[in-house]
Each structure stands twice: as C-alpha cells, then as structure tokens.
Write a protein that binds this ligand. Structure first.
Ligand SMILES: NC(=O)C1=CN([C@@H]2O[C@H](COP(=O)(O)OP(=O)(O)OC[C@H]3O[C@@H](n4cnc5c(N)ncnc54)[C@H](OP(=O)(O)O)[C@@H]3O)[C@@H](O)[C@H]2O)C=CC1
Ligand SMILES: O=C(O)C1=N[C@H](C(=O)O)C[C@H](O)C1
Length: 267
C-alpha cells in the first residue's frame, strides 16, 4: 500500500484527490492538512471530502500528519507548495506538485530541493493535455513560422494565477519548437494602438468566468486558413486521477525533478 497525504485537502483539487485516493487500489489516504488557521483543521477528513467518518482529523501542517507518509500530493499555491517541499525534503518524502504560478526562480529552488527526493511538478496532470503538448509541438514544426500562434485559456472566476500554468507550458512548447525564447516572443497583454503583430510573436490570452473547469485552445493562423486545437476539461477528476497515478509512480523513482511527460512515458 502506498500511503499518500494531501496538502490543501479542503480545496477544489485536494478534496477530489483525497476521494480518488480512497477509491484507488494500492493507494491509501494517509491524511491531509490545511494552512494554519483554516476552519477544517481538527475536523474529520470526511467533512471536507464527503462520505462516512474516517477517524482522520485534518492536520494543520505537513509535520502534524500521522506517519508514515510515502508521498505528499500538493495542489495549493506555488508559495505553499515550495514551503511544503522543504518539509517533505527534510523528511525524505516523495512529492507530487500540481500548483501553478511558479516563477523561474521558484522552479530553481524546486530543482535544488529535489536533489534528495523524487518529485513530479506539472501544470496539468490530465492525459489529454499532456498529449496536447506533443500535438502542439508537432503542428508548430510542420506549419513553420508563417503561421501565427495564439493561446487562449478560460477558467473559473476563483482561479488566482494568470495565465494558467498549462497556457504558459503550451507557449513554452511552441517557442522551443521554433528555437525561440518565450521571454522574447511572448505577448501577454494587448491594449490600444499596439501596431501590427510582430513576426514570431506567441500570444497568450486569459478569460475568467463562472465555474468553467479549464479550457485551452492553440490557434495557428495562416493566410487563408487556420487550425485550432482545443482541450476542454469536463470535471477535475482527470487532473486528480493523474495526480494519484503520478504519486504511485514517483515513489519508485530516484531523487530528481520529473513532470507528467515522464510519468506517462511521453518524453
Ligand atoms: N496540475 C494540474 O493538473 C492542476 C493544477 N491546479 C492548480 O492547483 C492549485 C489549487 O487549485 P484549486 O484546488 O482550484 O484551489 P483551491 O483554492 O480550491 O485549493 C487550494 C487549497 O489549498 C489550501 N492552502 C493554501 N495554503 C496552504 C498551505 N500552506 N498548506 C496547506 N493548504 C494550503 C487552500 O486554503 P485557503 O482556501 O484557506 O487558502 C485551499 O484549501 C492552483 O495552483 C491550480 O492552478 C488545478 C487544477 C489542475
Ligand atoms: O486552477 C485551475 O482550475 C486549473 N489550473 C491548471 C493551470 O493553471 O493550468 C490546470 C487546469 O487547467 C485547471
């Protein structure tokens, strides 16, 4: 049995991950925690994930979890995940991080902390989006630079970071396939008399509203035709299942930083 704990267990993703851990053969929900001061702390985990009481209170930090814990799954925020990664590295616990909004400096810190533990960090854990990354790389190469690339992401009104981690990764995939640096060609805002579209620009646009789970479209626009590739998540369960699959995979890997392409054998 793999004992997995969940950071942010009362959250939209944390609660689904905990439920799917309970339903997955070979996995065991070892516990979950919330940020200090959260009203769920001390209550039975079932009050945040539903179902019958489990006799497992929501903890106030990683250190307060019942031991042993083989792997920590963390969908909180970039700042919180980095702090939780420090604690996981100190205790030699493997980790799966789904939080988005990491700056390049934060990713450097993640890289150095994962010298001693195996960790999967991925902005999107669904199979569909990870296949989309491969498809977008291929379409970019086949079409060449004559086609303008725009990425549009749409999410629920509660999402805090923009653009989505998935949209940023899609833009990185396009830039890499063209041998360009996203820092130089990425266009994240447009307003006013901005002039004609610069050659080679990669546009990234953000939409927010209602309860939309997550949609990503990559538009390849040429003269006289265009291709649009879209992924739509119908629920959070594909992300959660991906995270649980990654947790089962990561515990038998050597220390280091991995992503879902490694987990799914798509590298
Ligand atoms: N990789 C992927 O496949 C996916 C990634 N995500 C990403 O996951 C993250 C979470 O998304 P979502 O579930 O919608 O957000 P929520 O706000 O619903 O959940 C986050 C939870 O983490 C809690 N939290 C905050 N800080 C800490 C801390 N220090 N320790 C423990 N818990 C903490 C929050 O508490 P409080 O509310 O009190 O702040 C909240 O309960 C986002 O970065 C999102 O972009 C989302 C979906 C898929
Ligand atoms: O916050 C969300 O909800 C999601 N975040 C991820 C991201 O930022 O890419 C993945 C998914 O689209 C849902």
């Amino acid at each position: 049995m793999v004992r997995a704990a969940v950071a942010g267990i009362a959250g939209r993703m944390g609660s689904r991950i905990a439920q799917i851990l309970k339903e997955t053969e070979g996995m065991e929900l070892a516990g979950g925690f919330e940020r200090p001061g959260h009203p769920a702390i001390g209550q039975d985990v079932s009050t945040v994930i539903g179902g019958a009481p489990l006799g497992l209170p929501v903890a106030g930090s990683f250190r307060e979890l019942p031991r042993p814990v083989d792997v920590l799954i963390d969908f909180t925020s970039a700042e919180a995940s980095l702090a939780n990664l420090r604690a996981a590295a100190e205790s030699g616990t493997a980790m799966v991080i789904g939080s988005t909004g990491f700056t390049p400096e934060m990713v450097d810190k993640v890289r150095s902390l994962t010298r001693s533990i195996p960790c999967v960090l991925a902005p999107n854990m669904s199979v569909g989006v990870n296949v989309l990354f491969k498809v977008v790389e291929e379409v970019t190469r086949l079409l060449g630079p004559a086609y303008d690339v725009e990425i549009v992401e749409t999410h629920h009104r509660f999402k805090k970071d923009a653009p989505s981690g998935t949209a940023v990764r899609l833009a990185e995939v396009v830039a890499a396939a063209r041998g360009r640096d996203l820092k130089e060609v990425g266009v994240f805002e447009r307003y006013g008399m901005i002039g004609e579209r610069p050659e080679g620009a990669i546009g990234v646009q953000t939409l927010r509203g209602g309860d939309i789970v997550g949609e990503h479209t990559v538009l390849f626009a040429g003269m006289g035709e265009r291709i649009e590739v879209t992924h739509r998540a119908h629920s959070r369960d594909n992300f959660a299942r991906g995270a649980v699959h990654a947790a089962g995979w990561v515990i038998s890997q050597p220390p280091g930083l991995y992503d879902m392409q490694d987990v799914l054998g798509l590298r």
